[in-house]
Design a protein around this ligand. Structure first.
Ligand code: NJP
Length: 224
């Protein structure tokens, strides 16, 4: 049987890189998309022939269209896409927030996700495929003044709407919503929080569910 193929944005570190490792272990091909070409190269070297480094920026629809076309050319099609690229803010809150930082974050967390979906759907439609996106615990509760959290509320709202759209042709859509995860997202280590492998497990759970079962959201929290 031909291996299925997963495109991952934000694959150069943290949750995206852990998911790439889990998917390879489960027999998938993976396309690794992020801006850091050197990190993608070393990860694809580690993962072998079933991994492809695809350097690009999620804020560019064109770069994602090209990456997905290259991935399809290499492996014959794209069965699943994990829209995981995202960034936080140095300056939290609304009164204390910095508009230039909001601008960059909205372009990655919101418009980048929309571009990933726009680029991915034509591929996924051909295979009744699966679109997953990284939301957040911060997209499920209200946090005082959090603009980052509000960007993840967008992810959760869009995820539900996209699930309804994809259902029309048999596709599935899942929001992966973790609490704090020990990744480069933070400047210091978070050993007591979730590990990126825990989130990768959640992605694989949703991907592996029987096709009759559309897992709409996986919400996971550190048990500390
Ligand atoms: O963090 P990190 P995570 N174009 O910093 C990429 C969400 N989340 O794994 O481009 C393309 O290791 C960046 O790659 P590069 C969070 O909001 C986290 O924790 O090379 N890619 C890197 O691969 C985010 O959505 C926590 O710099 C771009 C990746 O994004 C997702 O989890 C909790 C890009 C970030 O990896 C993965 O973050 C939660 C661009 N323009 C949700 N900009 C948590 N860690 O606690 C960034 O609820 N990337």
């Amino acid at each position: 049987m031909t291996a299925s193929t997963l495109f991952i944005t934000g694959a150069s570190s943290g949750i995206g890189a852990a998911t790439a490792r889990a998917a390879i272990a489960a027999g998938w091909n993976v396309g690794l998309f992020a801006r850091s070409g050197n990190k993608l190269k070393s990860l694809s070297d580690e993962l072998g022939d079933r991994a492809m480094a695809l350097k690009g920026d999620v804020t560019s629809l064109d770069e994602q269209n090209k990456a997905l076309a290259n991935l399809r050319h290499a492996y014959g099609g794209v069965d699943a896409v994990f829209a995981n690229a995202g960034m936080g803010l140095e300056n939290p809150g609304t009164e204390g927030g910095v508009p230039e930082e909001w601008h960059d974050m909205v372009h990655v967390n919101i418009l980048g996700l929309l571009h990933t979906a726009k680029a991915a759907i034509p591929h996924l439609r051909q295979r009744k495929g699966h679109f997953l996106m990284t939301g957040s615990a911060a997209g499920r509760v209200h946090i005082p003044g959090s603009v980052y959290g509000a960007s993840k509320w967008f992810v959760h709202g869009f995820g539900g709407n996209l699930a309804e759209e994809m259902k029309e042709w048999g596709g599935r859509c899942t929001v992966i919503a973790p609490g704090m995860v020990n990744t480069d997202f933070f400047d210091e280590e978070k050993p007591d929080k979730l590990q990126p492998e825990d989130v990768a497990d959640a992605v694989m759970f949703a991907l592996n569910a029987d096709p009759r079962n559309a897992v709409r959201e996986v919400f996971l929290m550190p048990n500390d």
